[in-house]
Design a protein around this ligand. Structure first.
Ligand code: SAM
Length: 282
């Protein structure tokens, strides 16, 4: 029997109980349409733990001393960590051609730039931003910091390793590959050390406002393809946290299918040539 065959059905009540647990821990909403995916991905956990059904799994998550670790693991199995280098090129063009030139002028005295990739998964996004920073001659000699954070310890372990296969480089041109990666055996690539040196990683749950408040201020925050997993009140709470972490005039960039239009926030919406961004007023 394969794990696909061993799917245990999740009742409506079980989905509600599990959804509450997942949402409280991570913001992730286990919608009805994700029920089958959840059944398939969590079935091997039930089997391994010797649990008969999802009610027993929910009890384990709630009351067993190993419940919190299992909850992290379950969430990791359910939330997509899909990402790749040079994702959303139009937005990255806006970053290099519009936002960075502005910051180079405004930050000329401070000569430092702090960027946060919030929900960075396996690291392709913060490394991409660091790669683009190295293409700006005006930033030579500046202190450049790119922070990548994620909920998932497993994703961050991969990010720190900085080794990737061709799927992660599917939107990377040959020229970019030659410039920013070292070749490894078996068609794998490692991000070059001058790019790696600009990037740090840390585990952070975006729902944990206390820990987020310990972060420094940023010039730019990228939070792409993360808010879409949260409900509106959670999205608003997380976005208000971003506002507090930005310098005046700092900018928040979201994924192309995400916006703050239905949330009332303190950000001003700014139409740049290539993209819409959210700015903390100057
Ligand atoms: C689809 S990936 C996005 C990766 C990258 N930002 C991009 O757009 O290519 C979503 C990431 O958000 C992370 N995430 C989800 N909920 C989170 C939370 N509450 N705190 C921190 N990270 C979270 C997940 O672990 C996952 O790695």
């Amino acid at each position: 029997m394969t794990w696909e065959d061993s799917r245990v059905e999740m009742t409506k009540e079980e989905r509600h109980v599990l959804a509450d647990l997942f949402q409280a821990a991570s913001g992730f909403v286990l919608r009805e349409d994700l029920k089958f995916v959840a059944e398939r991905r969590l079935a091997p956990r039930l089997e391994l733990l010797g649990l008969r059904d999802f009610s027993a799994y929910a009890r384990y998550l709630r009351f067993d001393p190993r419940g919190p670790d299992e909850l992290d693991l379950a969430i990791d199995l359910l939330i997509p960590h899909e990402t790749y280098f040079f994702r959303e090129p139009t937005q990255l063009g806006c970053f290099t051609d519009e936002l960075l030139p502005d910051l180079e002028v405004r930050g000329a005295r401070r000569r430092s730039l702090q960027i946060w990739s919030a929900g960075c998964a396996t690291g392709e996004e913060p490394y991409t931003l660091a790669m683009l920073l190295t293409t700006r001659p005006a930033l030579a000699g500046w202190t450049l910091d790119v922070l990548g954070t994620d909920l998932s310890h497993q994703a961050l372990t991969q990010a720190r390793k900085a080794e990737y296969g061709s799927t992660s480089l599917r939107a990377t041109s040959d020229a970019q590959r030659a410039r920013f990666f070292d070749d490894l055996p078996a068609g794998r690539y490692r991000v070059k050390s001058q790019v790696r040196d600009l990037v740090r990683f840390g585990q952070l749950n975006l729902l944990d406002a206390g820990n987020a408040a310990l972060l420094p201020r940023f010039d730019l925050i990228f939070c792409r393809n993360v808010l879409m997993y949260f409900d509106a009140p959670t999205r608003k709470r997380v976005v208000e946290g971003f506002y507090d972490r930005l310098y005046d005039g700092g900018v928040l960039l979201l994924g192309h299918s995400e916006n703050l239009l239905t949330l009332s926030t303190r950000f001003e919406l700014v139409q740049l040539e290539a993209d819409l961004v959210y700015r903390r007023p100057r």
